[in-house]
Design a protein around this ligand. Structure first.
Ligand code: PLP
Length: 348
């Protein structure tokens, strides 16, 4: 494994940081009498603090995803990882910045703005692919992180492997590939290539293919040197015990996960075919995710119409590059059928 070079990338105050030593991190075994954490023993099933490093969950994830436990960070949703990555690399109010490729997931910019970190935007090309030449031109030593979402939200497409390699090869800082939707794509995860790229971070989540958005469990896969820094900065008990337990149970049921994944892919195909036959829909973009981006004549009118029919989709009309587009999550067969009949009845 290549070394992880923290100097010049990770903020000095973070490198120097002595992490908070929680009761559970100083003594993480079980004893007959636990009087070290000011817990209330009368509380019941959740009276104890959770495992700060989520060891059981990481073991199971390691089995499911083929990534070493030492290369796994678990966050309160992958949104927590996005925020922490920006915070450990970028000094607020300086030239330290991130690069994003819009239209893409909004949290990268929100986390940057929250941390007073400038954003460099290199828009996707007309086919929603990466403009590699423009990205390479825009890269400066001040750009500490490049965020690339693949499959991308809200456009649905997977980014080209060669394009990503061309960015990984020259980026001065971390390249974060957000694979929240990778389970719906016919492509291998970049998490299997961590050994080749010490500057690569891959984000996954339990919120999409695992169907556990309410638990708030997401992960970052990266070099163990970077994982150690994320663990140092995160709140000690960032993933609730209930979430750890329920996620573990779900991760052990690989059959259910696979059956659900296949069913959603089947529904995506059905929905795509049905949408193509609806006169109000002008274009259905190719999707490698569990949603479809569609172009219509008047997105806001159609959005309002669907809302009146009790169906809520995402109006992306105000997003540059997604004019008159709606993003539609793939639902159950019954939900998809309801959507289709409502769309067929729409008079534009
Ligand atoms: C849904 C989604 C996530 C998941 O975030 P969680 O905080 O894990 O729920 C991350 N990235 C993208 C692009 C998403 O669409």
């Amino acid at each position: 494994m290549k070394p992880f070079i923290a100097t010049g990338l990770i903020r000095n105050n973070i490198l120097d940081l002595k992490p908070y030593a929680s009761a559970r991190s100083e003594f993480d075994a079980a004893a007959a009498v636990m009087l070290d954490a000011n817990e209330n023993p009368l509380g019941g099933a959740f009276s104890r603090y959770p495992d700060p490093l989520q060891k059981d969950l990481k073991q199971q994830l390691s089995r499911a995803r083929g990534v070493d436990p030492g290369s796994i960070f678990i966050g309160n949703g992958s949104d927590e990882a996005i925020d922490l990555l920006i915070r450990i690399c970028c000094r607020p109010g300086t030239a330290d910045s991130i690069l994003v490729c819009p239209p893409t997931y909004g949290m990268y910019e929100v986390c940057a703005a929250t941390n007073d970190v400038p954003v460099v935007r290199v828009p996707l090309d007309a086919a929603f692919g990466l403009d590699v030449a423009a990205i390479r031109r825009a890269l400066t030593p001040d750009i500490k992180l490049v965020f690339i979402c693949s499959p991308n939200n809200p456009t649905g497409n997977l980014m080209g492997a060669e394009d990503l390699e061309a960015i990984l090869d020259v980026a001065p800082g971390l390249v974060v590939i957000d694979e929240a939707y990778i389970d719906f794509a016919a492509a291998a995860s970049w998490s299997l290539r961590l050994d080749a790229y010490p500057n690569l971070v891959v984000l996954h989540t339990c919120s999409k293919a695992w169907g556990l958005a309410g638990l708030r469990v997401g992960m970052a896969f990266a070099h163990p040197g970077l994982i150690a820094i994320l663990n140092k900065v995160k709140p000690p008990y960032n993933v609730a015990a209930a979430s750890q337990q329920l996620a573990l149970t779900a991760l052990r049921d690989g059959e259910r996960y696979e059956a659900n994944r296949r069913e959603l892919l089947r529904q995506r195909e059905r929905l795509e075919a049905a949408l193509l036959a609806v006169p109000a829909i002008r274009q259905v973009f190719r999707s490698d995710a569990n949603f479809l981006l569609v172009k219509v004549a008047d997105a806001s009118a159609l959005y309002g119409y669907l809302l009146q029919a009790g169906i809520v989709v995402r109006n992306r009309h105000t997003t540059p590059g997604c004019e008159n587009c709606l993003r539609i999550s793939v639902g159950t067969e019954v939900e998809n059928d309801q959507l289709i009949s409502a769309l067929r009845a729409f008079q534009s």
